[in-house]
Design a protein around this ligand. Structure first.
Ligand SMILES: O=C(O)CCC(=O)C(=O)O
Ligand SMILES: [Fe+2]
Length: 285
């Protein structure tokens, strides 16, 4: 993989066969057409409807309006705080009615939508507002979910790394740290992390309305060159449930082995139920 495919009008079946089953990233140029909300999610829209909603980041409280002001003025030398996360399901639930159908006819089946998992584990949906100079950490997603990065406003650079380059990221030894890199993408310290020089990041810029599908286990990060707003939706189904279930166990086992075993068994039962639902055509979305 040296570039990420850009696809327009990709069918669900081809998405599954060509991208989800093979663990290949893809940009879905018009996936959000399913919502019929073209160019709706502007900073003004968020200011007007949700401006006073607040969240906490590094012990500071910020409202959506404040973050919009800060990201508008953000510079390379003096970047806005990032990533200030607003949990859509908890802090802006009304926004969900604009994202209908949430799965855009592509992000399905999604076993994370099973009732038994509601508000549990990696089931959040974060809103990210960024500006010039903002970048994310280099990581792969916890719980090995597939991630759907949905660009709502402006542009963002998404950087993915070929799977075989995991060791070049200098991941931590175990638990959550094993999916995090200490390298700063804006200014990599090649003396400390010389092997990162051999990494071959694959860069794409997505714009409002486009979706970047990041398959389970793919290392990635982002950079912003202007004000932008996006959200992330997680997906788990037959293609990644084993890795998801292993993470359910191992993150918990770090604190409590017995509890971890119970959660592992519960996760197994839920997945078995979802698998049957898929087989007989009951939709979990
Ligand atoms: O939107 C971004 O900057 C990256 C988000 C991301 O990768 C994540 O939430 O896991
Ligand atoms: Fe991520």
């Amino acid at each position: 993989m040296t570039t990420v495919d850009r696809r327009y009008d990709l069918s669900h079946q081809e998405f599954i066969e060509k991208y989800q089953n093979t663990g290949t990233p893809v940009i879905l140029e018009n996936a959000t057409d399913a919502w019929g909300r073209d160019k709706m999610f502007t900073p003004d829209f968020f200011r007007k409807n949700f401006g006073d909603r607040t969240t906490t980041f590094a012990t500071e409280q910020y409202s959506i309006s404040e973050i919009l002001d800060l990201t508008e003025k953000s510079t390379l030398e003096n970047p806005a705080p990032y990533p200030v996360k607003f949990n859509i399901l908890k802090q802006l639930p009304e926004l969900l009615s604009y994202f209908d159908p949430l799965h855009m006819n592509l992000c399905t089946p999604n076993w994370l939508k099973a009732k038994a998992l509601k508000n549990k584990l990696s089931n959040g949906m974060d809103l990210h507002i960024g500006g010039v100079g903002n970048a994310y950490e280099i990581h792969k997603d916890t719980y090995h979910v597939h991630a759907w990065l949905i660009q709502l406003y402006g542009e963002k650079e998404i950087i993915v790394f070929p799977r075989e380059q995991q060791e070049l990221m200098y991941p931590g030894k175990s638990g959550l740290l094993a999916s995090r890199s200490p390298i700063n993408i804006m200014n990599p310290d090649y003396e400390k992390y010389p092997n990162f020089k051999n990494a071959t990041p694959i860069k794409s810029i997505i714009k409002a309305g486009e979706v970047f599908y990041i398959p389970s286990g793919v290392w990635h990060t982002t950079k912003a060159y202007g004000q932008n707003i996006s959200t992330i939706m997680d997906q788990m189904n037959s293609t990644n449930f084993k890795a998801w279930r292993n993470d359910v166990y191992s993150y918990k086992a770090y604190y409590d082995k017995k509890r971890a075993m119970i959660d592992y068994l519960a996760a197994s039962c839920i997945c078995a139920g979802c698998k049957i639902a898929d087989k007989i055509g009951i939709k979990i979305e």
